[in-house]
Design a protein around this ligand. Structure first.
Ligand code: FA5
Length: 328
């Protein structure tokens, strides 16, 4: 196509263009880098005799400028016809979507658990993540040479003057001792918090996870009370019928001890350790075991979340993967 034909073809096309989309198509058709009509002419310049080259070259450039300004003029006039005049607000324009942040799924689960236990007359208390050996182990009936220490692979922090060996708490149970040292029964508390274990990770084990400790001490608190509290808790937390299994187990600070499993995808997942507080532990905090008894439990927050939302791998919680986080 030569320059003058191109010019008239463009003029015809421009008249027919009705919207921004049409104009964009014209821009591609005439000014496009690869297949644009004007570029085809410019590419053919090199094969032209010099005299023709001198004519066609400048004419092609002039036409480019003409097409550009015609396109922008028409685009402006289309806008003027349909949109608001300059300075006016287009009240029909869709708003910009502001994406608000939200709480991490674990924070939400923790809040839910707190709410349920507050409703059952428990108070919420918190304790230190860096603990000493006495509260994490000895006071819980786990002396230094006790084989049960192997149950909790520990991140040790070193010695602290006047306090002893420091560690990252391996469970929330030390707060049982700290609380009973300062408070008299009736006691009814939960202790949510982060705990740390030096162990290999897999789909249901993290080195850093959360527990919610529970402690209820009084003159007539028994295992049936524990079962009742758990039934209430599971019913409210899962909001549906969930299969729960109580299984005998061993922890040095309870007698008898048990573990609680809940069904996930047809398999049992252990969610908590529990039991009646051991008389030696009550003795340690100067409570008379003949007068007072009670139960304690420590549940895994991530495990409960996994069951509630059918999450197959615990490592997703800390992956920082927004495709996961944004589902909650
Ligand atoms: C304890 O930590 C005891 N302190 C629980 C307890 C409290 C017993 C009071 C008796 C009285 P255990 O090591 O089993 O027990 O951990 C308790 C729960 O934490 C487990 O049932 C599980 O749900 C969760 N859990 C344990 N290890 C991990 C881990 N590596 N990653 C994620 N969750 C874990």
């Amino acid at each position: 196509m030569d320059i003058s034909k191109l010019k008239s073809a463009f003029a015809k096309d421009l008249k027919q263009a009705k919207d921004a989309k049409g104009l964009e198509a014209l821009k591609v058709k005439y000014l496009g880098r690869k297949e644009g009509e004007l570029n085809k002419i410019l590419k053919s310049l090199k094969d032209m005799p010099l005299a023709e080259k001198k004519k066609v070259g400048p004419a092609a450039n002039a036409l480019r400028a003409e097409i550009e300004s015609a396109l922008s003029e028409k685009s402006q006039s289309l806008k003027d016809g349909s949109g608001p005049a300059a300075g006016q607000v287009d009240v029909f324009m869709p708003g910009k979507k502001v994406s608000a942040g939200h709480l991490h799924p674990l924070t939400r689960i923790e809040n839910e658990i707190k709410d349920i236990f507050l409703g059952l007359n428990f108070s919420v208390v918190e304790g230190p993540e860096a603990e000493n050996e006495y509260y994490n182990f000895d006071a819980l009936n786990i002396p230094a040479n006790h084989p049960a220490r192997d149950m909790w692979d520990t991140f040790w922090l070193g010695q602290k003057e006047g306090v002893g060996k420091m560690l990252m708490r391996t469970h929330t149970s030390p707060m049982q001792i700290r609380y009973m040292e300062k408070n008299q029964p009736p006691i009814q508390i939960i202790v949510p918090g982060r705990v740390f274990r030096f162990e290999a990770t897999d789909a249901s084990h993290e080195i850093n996870f959360h527990q919610v400790e529970g402690l209820m001490i009084g003159e007539k608190v028994n295992l049936a009370n524990f079962k009742y509290v758990m039934e209430q808790f599971f019913k409210k937390f899962f909001g549906r019928e969930t299969k729960v299994r109580f299984r005998p187990s061993y922890f040095p600070f309870v007698e008898p001890g048990l573990e609680v499993d809940v069904e996930l995808n047809g398999k049992w997942l252990e969610v908590m350790g529990a039991g009646m507080v051991h008389p030696a532990v009550l003795d340690r905090v100067k409570l008379d075991p003949k007068k007072y008894q009670g139960f304690a439990f420590g549940m895994g927050l991530e495990r409960l979340a996994m069951i509630k939302y059918k999450i197959p791998d615990i490592r997703l919680f800390y992956s920082g993967d927004l495709r996961f986080i944004n589902q909650f």
